[in-house]
Design a protein around this ligand. Structure first.
Ligand SMILES: Nc1ncnc2c1ncn2[C@@H]1O[C@H](COP(=O)(O)OP(=O)(O)OP(=O)(O)O)[C@@H](O)[C@H]1O
Ligand SMILES: [Mg+2]
Length: 252
């Protein structure tokens, strides 16, 4: 299970090297992608204004629609196109398809943003069994209303990995791992140390949901790691229990 960051996926396809390598090696695999920067770029092009409540971005219906269009359309299509060109049998979908992801609204004031609370991975399992590589754009349906909600890509990846019982969850991002106060990459993190780093502000911004997703997956018995774009060697090392980037372990 791999999550590819939007910031890396949009620049180059080096982020997808690991996907190609894992698929070529015959391992079953699911890809989740982000695309925050691309959504921001289109919001600017369209002159859409963003409003903040207590420092958090408010997702109004227009922003929700834009995120779905950009992530589920442009970003997803680009990732799938690159993978198909490189011989990977990729199939694009969003968290809405097959009722994959259900969510609950985080905070009414923040609008159409949800926390993933339920995963139905039946469609993913069918695709994997058919030899396909599902490529999932983050989006979900609200459990009660069936409304479309935006969800964080990292949280979606963590929830899907736990639901599938994946052996390995890898976040491919634009930094080589979680950095400590001095900027050094931390090789191994447990829940206690991770929480302390979140509390003192060392882990912030886009790293925070990634670390939370890793802790969640680790607690579910899945090996989780945050790495820079890597190849099959790094993935094989992770599968073998070695350290690459930052690896998370479940609390003893
Ligand atoms: N302690 C930390 N160590 C490393 N990076 C950190 C830390 N705290 C915050 N960050 C930030 O987190 C960023 C990675 O998250 P970001 O959301 O930008 O990428 P992504 O999730 O891969 O992409 P996307 O959100 O588009 O899917 C880094 O570029 C860095 O700026
Ligand atoms: Mg992010």
């Amino acid at each position: 299970m791999l999550k590819v960051g939007g910031s890396v996926a949009s620049d180059s396809d080096a982020a997808l090297d690991a996907v190609v390598a894992i698929s070529d090696a015959g391992h079953p695999l699911v890809v989740v992608h982000g695309g925050g920067p691309l959504v921001g770029e289109w919001a600017e092009r369209l002159g859409m204004k963003t409003r903040f409540v207590r420092g958090l971005r408010v997702t109004d219906p227009e922003t929700r629609d834009l995120a779905l269009a950009v992530l589920g359309g442009l970003a997803n299509g680009r990732v799938v196109a690159t993978l198909i060109r490189r011989g990977v049998p990729a199939v694009g979908l969003t968290g809405i398809d097959g009722g994959l992801l259900r969510a609950e609204r985080e905070d009414a004031e923040l609008g159409y943003v949800g926390n993933v609370t339920l995963v139905d991975s039946a469609l993913l399992e069918e695709l994997i069994d058919a030899g396909r590589v599902p490529v999932v754009a983050p989006a979900a349906l609200e459990r009660e209303s069936g409304e479309i909600l935006n969800v964080n890509g990292d949280a979606a990846a963590g929830a899907i990995a736990a639901s599938l019982g994946a052996r390995l969850l890898v976040f491919v991002t634009d930094v080589p791992g979680v950095r400590d106060k001095n900027g050094r990459v931390i090789a191994r993190l447990d829940a206690e140390r991770a929480r302390a780093l979140v509390d003192d502000g060392t882990i912030e911004g886009g790293m925070r949901p990634k670390v939370e997703a890793c802790l969640m997956a680790a607690a579910a018995g899945c090996r989780a790691a945050i790495v820079a774009p890597s190849g099959i060697d790094e993935i094989e090392r992770l599968l073998a229990g070695e350290e690459v980037g930052t690896v998370f372990e479940a609390a003893a």
